[in-house]
Design a protein. Structure first.
Length: 185
C-alpha cells in the first residue's frame, strides 16, 4: 500500500535535529532557509537557488529520468506549469542523473522547466540531495540501497521553506502544489 504525500506543516525551526535515515544529513524543515545550490541543468547552464530570489520555487526531487513514476510527475508539472507560473512559481526538478540525460528527458516530454543534475560526489552521494535530506536508505525486493525519496519543497520569495511534501505519491501532487501556491497569496 502506498503512503499518501504528507500534507503536514512542520513548526518553523532554525535548525533541524532530525536526520534522514541512513545518512545522518539534516532534514530541511518548514521555516528554515532552503540550502543553497549551484547545479548544471539539462539546458547546459548553471542554476543557483539565489538566482531565483524573488520567485516562489517548487523544488522537486525525483529518483530517475525516463522511469514511469518520474515521467508522470514531470508531465504533471508540465501540464500544471501555466497555473504554477500564474501563481508566481517556478518549477525546478533535481535528480542524480547527468545533465545530458536531463536534456534528453526534458526534450522528449516538452518540459517548460529546468531539470538539475546533482551528480554523486566521490563518496557516491549526491551532495544537494543529502543537504535536503532526500538521499535515504530504501529497500526493494529485500535489498537495501541508498536513493532519492520523492520529496517536494515549496520555497518562498525570501528563500524560506514554507511547505514540504514527503514520500510524494505522484497522482494529484501537482494539484496539491498549485493549491499551496494559491494559499501563499
Amino acid at each position: 500500500m502506498r503512503r499518501k504525500a504528507s500534507t503536514r506543516v512542520s513548526t518553523p525551526k532554525k535548525r533541524s535535529t532530525r536526520s534522514a535515515p541512513g545518512v545522518g544529513g539534516p532534514t530541511v524543515e518548514v521555516g528554515m532557509r532552503a540550502p543553497a545550490f549551484n547545479l548544471l541543468g539539462g539546458d547546459g547552464k548553471k542554476h543557483s537557488l539565489a538566482s531565483y530570489k524573488g520567485k516562489v520555487v517548487v523544488l522537486y526531487f525525483y529518483p530517475r529520468d525516463h522511469t514511469p513514476g518520474c515521467t508522470q510527475e514531470a508531465c504533471d508539472f508540465r501540464d500544471a506549469h501555466r497555473a504554477i507560473a500564474r501563481s508566481g512559481g517556478v518549477v525546478l526538478g533535481i535528480s542524480p542523473d547527468s545533465p545530458e540525460s536531463h536534456g534528453d528527458f526534458a526534450e522528449s516530454l516538452g518540459l517548460p522547466f529546468v531539470l538539475l543534475s546533482d551528480e554523486p560526489s566521490a563518496s557516491g552521494s549526491p551532495p544537494v540531495c543529502v543537504r535536503y535530506g532526500v538521499w535515504q536508505k530504501k529497500s526493494m525486493y529485500g535489498k537495501s540501497f541508498m536513493g532519492i525519496v520523492r520529496t517536494t519543497y515549496l520555497i518562498d520569495r525570501g528563500g524560506r521553506v514554507v511547505r514540504r511534501w514527503d514520500r510524494v505519491s505522484v497522482r494529484g501532487h501537482a494539484a496539491e502544489v498549485i493549491a499551496a501556491l494559491r494559499a501563499l497569496d
